[in-house]
Write a protein that binds this ligand. Structure first.
Ligand code: NAP
Length: 227
């Protein structure tokens, strides 16, 4: 039997990335990106044909070494991300740098290093963006700007690499550790039922990845629906 297609999911140690990995597991071999080696090993132990890919995406030489091991890649899902929030007044350069470093620069560099492998497979790049990548609101400046940058990156990649599929997914608030930290910072009550389930975002990713080969789902917006 032919090998199943190979997918690398960054941010797979928890949250949306872990849900994407679980959702792709029935159809794909998986590499699980993240820094939390224990969490990656646990998830890899649950899923067939799955290996941890423990790399700090801001460590350029580690990323280059790990990417060099991959010679053909069918799906690259960028879910790793950070959300350092604050008003313009309260956001020094370090806040802007950290959001851009993880949410944009690391995505661009990993994609660049994996382009030969993606081209070899006529592969698919999925970028977990955010509603903040479509409309920015007060208090979210550096994060929203990084996600606007990520949307531009996706559009440029799609225009340049015409053999690849490139999908931006724009989730609203989703019940993950990132959202718990955001709500704690806002001083509100955490009510998970108000937010998307990570599995629902993962289902949107699967709809793009599993679309028939002639179909290219370029942008998917997923908003929470009141329950
Ligand atoms: P999360 O629960 O905080 O998970 C973030 C993931 O990113 C973790 O797996 C973390 O892994 C990884 N990561 C962070 N920095 C990294 C680094 N330097 N190197 C490698 N991996 C790194 O967040 P989430 O809610 O699942 O968010 C996933 C994506 O969805 C993000 O891009 C986020 O902006 C976006 N998003 C989230 C929401 C939401 O409401 N939650 C809404 C819209 C969009 P390790 O800690 O193991 O390194």
């Amino acid at each position: 039997m032919a090998d199943r297609p190979l997918a690398l999911v960054t941010g797979a140690s928890r949250g949306i990335g872990a849900a994407v990995a679980r959702a792709l597991a029935p159809t794909h071999r998986l590499l699980l990106g993240g820094r939390d080696e224990l969490a990656l090993a646990e998830l890899a132990g649950e899923l067939p044909e799955t290996s941890p890919w423990p790399v700090d995406l801001t460590d350029a030489s580690a990323v280059a070494a790990a990417a060099a091991e991959i010679d053909s890649l069918d799906v690259l899902v960028h879910s790793a991300g950070v959300a350092k929030l604050g008003t313009v007044e309260d956001s020094p350069a370090e806040v802007w740098r950290h959001n851009f470093e993880v949410n944009v620069v690391a995505v661009a560099e990993l994609t660049r290093l994996l382009l030969p492998a993606l081209r070899a497979a006529r592969g698919h790049v999925v970028l977990i963006n955010s509603g903040q990548g479509l409309a920015a609101r007060e208090g979210w400046g550096a994060y929203a700007a990084s996600k606007f940058g990520l949307r531009a990156f996706a559009d440029v990649l799609r225009a340049e690499e015409t053999a690849l599929r490139v999908t931006s997914v724009f989730p609203g608030r989703t019940d993950t550790q990132m959202q718990q930290a955001v709500v704690a910072g806002e001083g509100g009550d955490y009510t998970p039922e108000k937010y998307l389930r990570p599995e629902s975002v993962a289902a949107a990713v699967c709809s793009a990845v599993l679309a028939s080969p002639d179909a290219h789902l370029t942008e998917i917006t997923v908003r929470p629906r009141p329950r």
